[in-house]
Design a binder for this molecule. Sequence first.
Ligand code: ASP
Length: 307
Amino acid sequence: MTIALIAHGGAGKWRPGSDEDAVRGLQVAVETGRAILAGGGRAIDAVCATVVALEDNPIYNAGTGAVLNFDGYCELDACVMESAGARVGAVSGLQRVRNPILVARRVMEDTDHVMLTGDGAQRFARVMGFPDHDPVTPERRADWFDKRNRMDEVLGEHAHKMRRFLKEHPEYAGGTVGAAAVDASGVLAAATSTGGVTLKMVGRVGDSPVPGAGNYASARVAASATGTGEFVLRSLATRAISERVENGASLAQAVADVLGRMGEDFDADVGLIAVDDRGVPVAMHRTRDMPHAYFTGDGAVVSRMRV
Ligand code: ASP
């Protein structure tokens, strides 16, 4: 079996000057996952290690450095899924932990449930030994103050303006992280982690923790989505990719098809990464940027800002 892993750092538009850091962070994270797979490790361990490296890097919108909600604190969403047995675990609206992806994994491994949310997710995290951690960085706090001070300009009378604003300023969101991998046994896994979108309503849950929407792994495909989650939820994008491959499409065709459909239906500002059971990695996006990195087989890691 050909091992492979691909990871993204969020669809959007990176601020000038931050591009190189974003690409370098992806390169380092994918090297971490590659070392696990190359040593005979499992896809699930590789995608989790990759996402942990990205959650711990404050430039991405996941874990430490995640964006703040309307009230000024982080509510974190994450999901991990493994093809074998369709095992899946997720958290949403989780506060004050360092690595939501690892809590999602514990939900998968240590509970009878698929997703825990809010206070319940936090309570579970503490019982599992995840200590209190404030993911808010000074940079994100300053950004939140700035946006709150320009609320009228940013939100206007209706949330429609928020949508228009996000479309015109995609750098405002972005920075979500995700990884998809296949290991030497042919098992696939995907992991996705995010702070969601800035100034989101308290309690808003996006696509990232929802299996089949922002994160999915089947026997043929593992995939992670990024961009405005409401469009990804409506499209069940990662499951849609898998279905197309199961019906005979190549992975590249399937991803292009699903992305094209989201463009037609919603003009959605989204991006997708995926890997198939033959070790083919694919990345495509409708935003200007989507930093990502990948490797396949014994090839070197390739990292870049856009396709
Ligand atoms: N998809 C994420 C969400 O809507 C955000 C992102 O990928 O930028 O929560």
